[in-house]
Design a protein around this ligand. Structure first.
Ligand SMILES: Cc1cc2nc3c(=O)[nH]c(=O)nc-3n(C[C@H](O)[C@H](O)[C@H](O)COP(=O)(O)O)c2cc1C
Length: 459
């Protein structure tokens, strides 16, 4: 019997669900915004996000996972035009700014937000996350990324991004710095709020943090008082060899591209072995099209498919994989070696399509405008497929990417969630506690086996 280290066995494991979204119009399944019922072009209004958060909480989702990038997709044909035309992750606003309003409208939903550490001093970032941990009552998570876009590096005034493995070295040092800022500056009992004595904080229980490394120098007293989780729940989504070493050291949850069961199982087992004895939860991205019957789902797929944007999908894939597909003939094997973008995505495509895969094969996969073909079927068939993924991929749950919004989530919650609940693989209510407590069933804080614990002020 398999165990994920969180006390759950594969046969009885509860499916964790995050909605996978981004503060933009076209996220993964490109072209869906052209569907007459889609509302994603309201991404720049709080009403839209608050309604989404409430919907997800109604469906007992564990979290809303928000992706983010800092540069335009301009690899395909060397131009941003296809992305702009197709709203391929542009226009895009800042995901962190959406969180307080959504948190205010909900009580349990977690927020896993992608933030790129490559361009921001650790102190400023640590304060912003601590603020959100306070304002959400301990419901904030961070998807640690270093970016994969030269366009983002140029936007920050650099000639280009750092090389793939160097970015992870930078991230390792960044983590050491933010752990100290989150965990090491204030003792748990530093804030006493003694009105009689006129002492808000006991100065003997607050100290400066000192970090002197290759990239960062910090001598600072963190300005914020201890927040419920201190360090946000840590997600990571790189799965190259260097990426796995990083994830095994830092991440509590990993987010993997859903290629094949066997490929995901291999990566997850390697990650868990490297992270042990710390538990590690694995989420796979997937997209679902369902209806009351299989026939209804297939009709829905055809309706959605007529809105898919293949050019947009190529623009997205080209930037993620670091390959300009405009330079390849339809049947020419695509060579992704030397890419400085997402290496694990290249491996995932090769796992799904075979070595020597071609642009034509990739285009055939673009059913709804992305590399990720949807799971299509009746609610029971969807439940079967998700449970098969759980067992064969040895995962903990899914990041569910959207199609036509918000009906894809409304339909999932109305039709699929009850089937999962009947089968005993999905919760029927939330437990109390912070995001970390809900996910791992333990404390608010990172376990003592996590490297962040070394930064704590324990004496
Ligand atoms: C499923 C998945 C989702 C990702 N989402 C983002 C994202 O939203 N923003 C971002 O900058 N990088 C994202 N990445 C990139 C990774 O975080 C990673 O830092 C980087 O690309 C290197 O990954 P590698 O180790 O797989 O090569 C994602 C990667 C994967 C596999």
């Amino acid at each position: 019997m398999q165990s994920n280290g969180c006390g759950q066995n594969a046969e009885t494991r509860q499916i964790r669900l995050n909605a996978f979204d981004m503060a933009c119009v076209g996220h993964i399944q490109h072209g869906m915004w052209t569907h007459p019922r889609d509302r994603s072009s309201r991404y720049n209004s709080l009403d839209y996000w608050v309604a989404l958060a409430k919907l997800l909480e109604k469906g007992l989702f564990d979290g809303l996972f928000l992706a983010d990038i800092l540069g335009v997709y301009d690899v395909y044909g060397g131009s941003p035009a296809p992305s702009l035309r197709g709203a391929v992750q542009i226009p895009l606003i800042d995901p962190l700014a959406l969180v307080p309003a959504m948190a205010h409208a909900t009580n349990h939903l977690g927020f896993g937000v992608t933030c790129n550490l490559a361009y921001e001093p650790p102190f400023l970032f640590a304060r912003r996350m601590a603020t959100l941990d306070h304002l959400t009552g301990g419901r904030i998570g961070w998807n640690i990324v270093t970016g994969y876009l030269d366009s983002a590096a140029r936007a920050m005034g650099l000639a280009g991004q750092m090389a793939h493995d160097d970015r992870y070295d930078l991230a390792d040092e960044y983590m050491q710095a933010v752990y100290q800022l989150w965990e090491g500056g204030w003792r748990d009992d530093a804030v006493i709020r003694d009105r009689t004595a006129g002492v808000y904080t006991d100065p003997t229980r607050v100290r400066a943090v000192h970090h002197h490394g290759k990239q960062f120098n910090i001598d600072a007293v963190p300005l914020w008082e201890p927040s419920p989780q201190r360090t946000p729940v840590l997600y990571q989504a790189g799965a190259s060899d260097r990426g796995r070493a990083f994830a095994a050291r830092h991440a509590e949850c990993v987010f993997l591209y859903g290629s094949t069961h066997a490929n995901v199982r291999r990566i997850v087992s390697d990650l868990r072995a490297r992270a042990a004895p710390r538990p590690m939860q694995a989420f796979v991205s997937c997209s679902v099209v369902t209806g009351r019957t299989e026939r209804e789902a297939r009709d829905m797929l055809e309706d959605y498919r007529s809105h898919a944007n293949r050019e947009g999908a190529l623009a997205h894939a080209g930037a993620s994989l670091g390959i300009d597909f405009a330079r390849f003939d339809m049947d020419e094997p695509v060579d992704g070696r030397g890419s400085q973008a997402i290496q694990s995505n290249i491996e995932a495509i090769a796992a799904a399509l075979g070595q020597g895969w071609t642009k034509r094969q990739l285009l055939d996969r673009f059913v709804l405008g992305s590399r990720q073909p949807p799971i299509v079927g009746s609610p029971e068939q969807i439940a079967d497929a998700l449970m098969l993924w759980m067992n064969e991929g040895d995962i903990d749950g899914f990041n569910l990417s959207r199609t036509v919004m918000p009906e894809c989530l409304e339909t999932f919650i109305e039709l699929v969630v009850p089937v999962l609940q009947e089968r005993g693989v999905y919760k029927t209510g939330y437990t109390d506690g912070t995001y970390r407590q809900k996910l791992f069933g333990a404390g608010d804080r990172l376990p003592d086996t996590h490297p962040a614990a070394a930064a704590r002020w324990t004496d």
